[in-house]
Design a protein around this ligand. Structure first.
Ligand SMILES: [Zn+2]
Length: 366
């Protein structure tokens, strides 16, 4: 098996990085009309900067509001606008769903893609894939692209303005990175690129974990005060770059499959991707039979920063085997990354692990 590693062409991060967006785009030699697909809060916060900076570098700007779901109908709508407007670069500004949508639009038209995450809530910004949902919020499918985003630009002054819960959700997504990569490596399974894992991806996934443990709480405290600090900078890099490279070139396992399974329960739709992944990680560690001391350490971290470790904390009311059967079936569907474990995974095994993880987490939280 060949090892494969991928990454964005360029990653730029720092306080007020938005001021550098036009220059960074000009460095690629791009010109013409830039379509910025933005969520409401990103447009409110950054429109003035875009409108004043981009024309100075020779770009014309078209700002399009995102509808709220990364669905095929929203991707179709924005692709039609971009094609009709003869756009030459597509920029996404907002959370994971906005970026996943703008990536899909850029890929459909084979245009350069720029991601400007305004929250550090997931590892989506650096990847060459989108998570597409149905209109009702259920997980639909992954879209895989020919290449990663050309440019990822992260303005930590903007990230610091976002609700702390979003940063915490990003920690949940990043917390799973090391354990999923480690599983894939040890099982000699394939990463998200279909190849073996490089020692570089392994090291980055490990660094992601260490950064979370060292800086997670300090970074959370700094966004609570809307302050940009070195700890926040490191944590944002872990949530965005390290977790992104780590999951894609490292690989995924049970944690993300359980996330996908949980999306079949409507009551979890109000919970963020990383929050569901955090519980999914607990399920993975239980299923893998990891030592109680490690599981306790992870639950301790989750409790400290406010990540869910039980079904109740994810809004799930009915904890019976019958009602969770659908979650386990979805999480063990063919093609799910749960099958990257070194042992055979089926719905029954996952259901046992979900029940046991929930019992552990509930007890720990009490
Ligand atoms: Zn994820």
């Amino acid at each position: 098996m060949l090892t494969v590693f991928c990454s964005p062409s360029r990653y730029v991060q720092g306080k007020n990085a938005t001021d550098a967006l036009a220059d960074e785009m000009a460095k690629f030699g791009w010109s013409g009309k830039v379509m910025i697909i933005a969520c409401k809060s990103a447009a409110k916060l950054l429109s003035d900067t875009w409108q004043s900076n981009l024309p100075k570098a020779g770009f014309t700007v078209l700002i399009e509001k995102f509808s709220g779901e990364c669905s095929t109908s929203e991707i179709d709508r924005l692709t039609q606008i971009a094609a009709a407007q003869k756009v030459s670069v597509v920029v996404g500004a907002g959370g994971g769903k906005v970026l996943d949508t703008s990536r899909a639009v850029a890929a459909r038209l084979d245009l350069p893609a720029v991601n400007c995450p305004t929250v550090a809530s997931s590892d989506a910004p650096c990847s060459a894939l989108s998570v597409v949902y149905r209109e009702n919020g259920e997980f639909d499918q992954y879209f895989f692209y020919k290449r990663n985003p050309d440019l990822v630009l992260v303005d930590t002054a903007v990230i610091a303005q976002a609700p702390p819960r979003l940063l915490v959700a990003g920690m949940g997504d990043a917390l799973a990175t090391w354990f999923e990569a480690d599983t894939v490596i040890n099982a000699r399974k394939r990463n998200q690129l279909g190849g073996g894992t490089t020692i570089s991806a392994r090291a980055l996934a490990r660094l992601c974990h260490e950064t979370l443990m060292n800086d997670g709480l300090a970074a959370l405290n700094s966004v609570r005060k809307k302050a940009v600090t070195p700890a926040l900078e490191r944590l944002v890099e872990a949530n965005t770059l390290l977790s992104g490279l780590g999951f894609e070139s490292g690989g995924l396992a049970i944690a993300h499959s359980v996330h996908n399974g949980l999306t079949t329960l409507p009551e979890t739709h109000h919970y963020l991707h990383g929050e569901k992944v955090a519980f999914g990680l607990l399920v993975q560690l239980v299923a893998e039979g990891k030592p109680s001391s490690l599981i306790a350490e992870i639950m301790q971290f989750c409790s400290q920063v406010g990540l869910p470790i039980s079904l109740a904390q994810l809004g799930v009311k009915d904890h019976s085997r019958e009602s969770l059967q659908g979650v386990a079936v979805r999480a063990s569907a063919p093609g799910e990354t749960a099958h990257n474990e070194p042992f055979a995974v089926d719905a029954d095994l996952l259901l046992d692990a979900i029940m046991a993880a929930d019992a552990l987490g509930s007890q720990f939280a009490a």
